[in-house]
Design a protein around this ligand. Sequence first.
Ligand code: 5GP
Ligand code: ZN
Length: 120
Amino acid sequence: MTLPHATAKDCIFCKIAAGEIPAKLVYEDDRAIAFLDLNPQAPSHLLVIPRKHIASLAHLAAADVSLLGHLQWVASQVARHAGLANGFRVVINTGDDGGQTVNHLHLHVLGGRPMTWPPG
Ligand code: 5GP
Ligand code: ZN
């Protein structure tokens, strides 16, 4: 069987992209999906992921540069649709020191409250 996208066995976000694990989707297209984070850290906390399995930002190939641009565009669209006209934050935790816990590239979109800087 030919899979439409590269998937990784036991990857929870690949399973969400395939519809095998439920999530509250707010956006989907042929390359990306966005859904509500299960453990929100702000009044609005969305995740934007590629359908294709990419382990992290550190694993991005040159051929995926336009995909990353698309994911950032999706982030801006879901932020707009979530009503985050006062601003929002986009975060890509990468690797152990970056605090990444799910090894499938994802953009956090956080909003609905003022964010602090620097992050912890
Ligand atoms: P990371 O720590 O890797 O940057 O972010 C992973 C995020 O995925 C966390 O904010 C966590 O709450 C979220 N998450 C983990 N498992 C699930 C899940 O099964 N469903 C959803 N919707 N979010 C998840
Ligand atoms: Zn994956």
